[in-house]
Design a protein around this ligand. Sequence first.
Ligand SMILES: Cc1ncc(COP(=O)(O)O)c(C=O)c1O
Length: 1016
Amino acid sequence: MSHTQDVSNSTIEKLGFDPRNLKVNSGDLNRELAKNYISASDEEIKQMLNELGLTTLEELFAHIKDDVKFSSKIPLKAGLSYDELVTNLDELSKKNKIPTNFLGDGLPQFKIHEIVPYVCNIRGLTTAYTPYQPERSQGTLNTLWIYSSAITALTGFEAINASLYERSTCLFEALKTGVRLARKKTKVLVSEAIYPQDRSVLETNAAHTGLDILWAPINKESGLTDFDKAKELLEADKEIATFAFGQVNSLGLLEDVDALTDLCRDNEVFSIAIIDPMILAKGGLKKPSEYGSDKAGATMIVGEGQHLCLDANYGGPGLGIFGIRFNDANKNQIRQTAGRYVGNAVDMNNQECLAMVLSTREQHIRREKATSNICSNQSFVASIAGAALLALGDEGLADKLATARQNTQYFLSNILHLDGVDLAFDAPYFNEVVLKLDKKVSDILASNDKLVAGKDISGRHNLEGNLLKVSFGDQHTQVELDNLIALFNENFAANSESEFFMPEIPQTYIREDAPGIANFTTDEVKAFYDKCGSLNVSPDDAIYPLGSCTMKYNPYVNDWAAGLPGFTMAHPDLEDKYTQGTLELLYHIQEDFKAITGLPGLVTQAVAGAQGELVGIKMFQAYHADRGNADTKNVILIPRSAHGTNPATAAVAGFVPGKVDGKQVGIITLDADERGQIDLEQLKEIIKTDGERIAGIMVTNPNTAGIFEENFKEVAELIHSVDGLVYMDGANMNAIAGIVSLEKLGVDACHNNLHKTWTIPHGGGGPGDAIVAVSSKLVDYIPGTQVEKLADGTYKKVRAPKCIGDFHRHDGNVAHKVRAYTYLKALGQDGVVAMSQIAVLSARYLFQKLKDVYPMLPHGADETPRMHEFIITLSDDMFSHIEKSGTLKNQIIAKVGKLFLDFGLHAPTVAFPEVFGLMIEPTESFTKKELDDFTDVLVAIKNVLSDSPEVLQTAPHFTAVSKVDEVWANKNLKFYRDLDKLWDLPSDEISPKKLRHKDTLEVVKMIQDKHKELKQ
Ligand SMILES: Cc1ncc(COP(=O)(O)O)c(C=O)c1O
């Protein structure tokens, strides 16, 4: 038995569920209540060690030199019991004192439909991996299809990707797409009237990339983008590729989108419309596919969608909406865009289904030539946004919007007669207004600390006057609206003579049609999403062996904590005094990760591993620029085995590969030696010949073959000797957390993927999340905000002295920080180490059992100890045996991956980083018995390959859809469907659960029979 904890009744009451009775439990096993979420019992741990000839867990790390290990326990507190954890989180959330507020400002506040918490509890959806295996991911694919179809209905754009991080990074991706589409042009024009935070993200990302952002100024009188100045700029500079403007600008004003789109067309630049999907509902504003006097529409759209399905959550996770046209007139632009798309497909039996398409643009294939470095996106947020849009339908959405508009008008008509209160601009608005006051806004806000009347935007865009921006959704009650009006009455005198003007919205700005999302009952939508959940597999149920992806158990209690209203209702623009709970939590995240990594600085703003990499490389650039070396430091070294995001990130940051004076600039690729480690000799040679040009190195450690880079310290010293910096990709921190000190290793920056090591659910592809730890050389450059603890015990947000800017419109994915905090507090000092130890033990145990069954990669390195994962392959004889049965060699590994589906499991990571390898990572979440069962599956697969290799042609055999024809899907691109009715979802031929419970021999026989049947 693993160590199962007790829970008290008061904990159960607070949670609203009983963790003793969750579906993840089976027999004696309770993953949720197991200490440190480790399922194996002490006895099993002993047996596994025995099998390896070891007596203690520490011996698993004996091959790592002591000089890079922590010499004492890391300074974390002891782990909390389940009861203590729940109390701690409950109390912390209550330290946030959320006042009624009218903040909005790019993060509007609308009521969340009840379908959202419902779908957030469907573990088959929350915990599933990115749908790279379409036969086992029709659930996620369908939820993403609904999302893209619903956004298509709202915007009229035919191709909506499966999400990007949030509005500001999405805008950056769109600008780059514009540049790629225009080919040789390098400049972009952006309206100055975008949100200041978005501007900061654009400028931070554009630094050192050669992308030149020009700003179309605001007309200070109208508050709108100055049309004449934009025209002048576009006519004068033919290097401009694209022009981005908002439909509703940061002053809440409605831009003349027809005129701006015409301007783009007349000057042959691509138009990017920044939209709010909520305001495109029936009765709202014109859809971007019809902008322009000819109604031809904008070229691209970007927008924020968080408020469709989530409360403010202190700013994140966001939902970056990106779309481009895909119609008879234009089918090619999409190939230059970033992110994943879901498209329709067919399976072997001609059954309609879904698949991810266009992946040849992605970083895992194109590496430094990819259109962007984005890997994990905001899949799950997109999925729940789709569910919310479906459950609301046209009418529900129209009601929400009408309420927001009515509230705005009600408010204005009750305050504009006051002396000293005026609309700052005469231009039309929809549900956000900027008031010009004759008193300091801060004084008005200070007059009532239970009600935040809006955001003080005095000084924004260098505008004069006391400016208060007030935003309305449908969250406020009549009493709250009246309290807001009362606050104005208390601060300003009534003037019965006063006449005021409320601009009408011109008819040409209004949407003409209804989006066409039918109105389904909530029960219908729930049933549909339940079924979607059942079509995926989850690490709740069984080993999910994806190497590098760390599919471990995701505790329920983390999700419960993230859903506490004290956290979810906090708007990021609230003053620090209201959000002490969140700030305290972020402070602990900062300090705890400093302890875990051994590094002195911490960035919490990055929202994905790939973005963490970018944060690190951008800081490298700032460091070199500060030392006058911006131009000379033009090379990043990256091992060949690196994850695709590493080279893609370096290129996105500005290290674009090329030749200057016959020398390679941008990226230089390093090879591995015969033990699978960085080739030190090659590195020494490069240092000798090109040392002064090396900006840094990016190394994954342990590397993707599961091998600890034993020369890392030496590598770091070599790089430091030429004033280069060392980036460690920490996607595999689960092998070394609490054991190896990154400071001792010589790391200057390292991201931890919170959705891997730190138990954040993968959400079918995202949100991921990352924290980036940095060395003393980089602490001054940290982007975003940091939390400081003051002498009086309160917490305050601060910026680093040479802060490089921002990577997110607010503070990143704070909801995921709540989850990570909850996990960390449960583990504490010893638990972090235990987690790494058992992750390594499980992998090494499997390696030991399998090394005589399958050859391991790299060849000849069987004696090099594996950490948390390893790569299996097939012998040359086996490859030719299979080839003879009719499967091409380069397709064999992907097809072997499909056989895992036949046993009720997910496939390992296939063909990465080795084209002929399957990367397997068990994690610490499973018992020895589960690992042994998994070994049996691998033995059975080997036997299938020996006895009947032809079955690969028809695998997988028992999923809801059979082998998906991804080539067809990529040729017949279609990105949406009408949402006039719900469709029938396919059903598994045999459920994964049943398959897992069958004897492996029986499954082998079933595979062979099924293959024969299909071939008849
Ligand atoms: C080694 C490695 N580095 C970086 C990443 C990128 O992380 P993310 O998907 O969160 O952007 C991954 C994700 O799979 C990874 O495995």
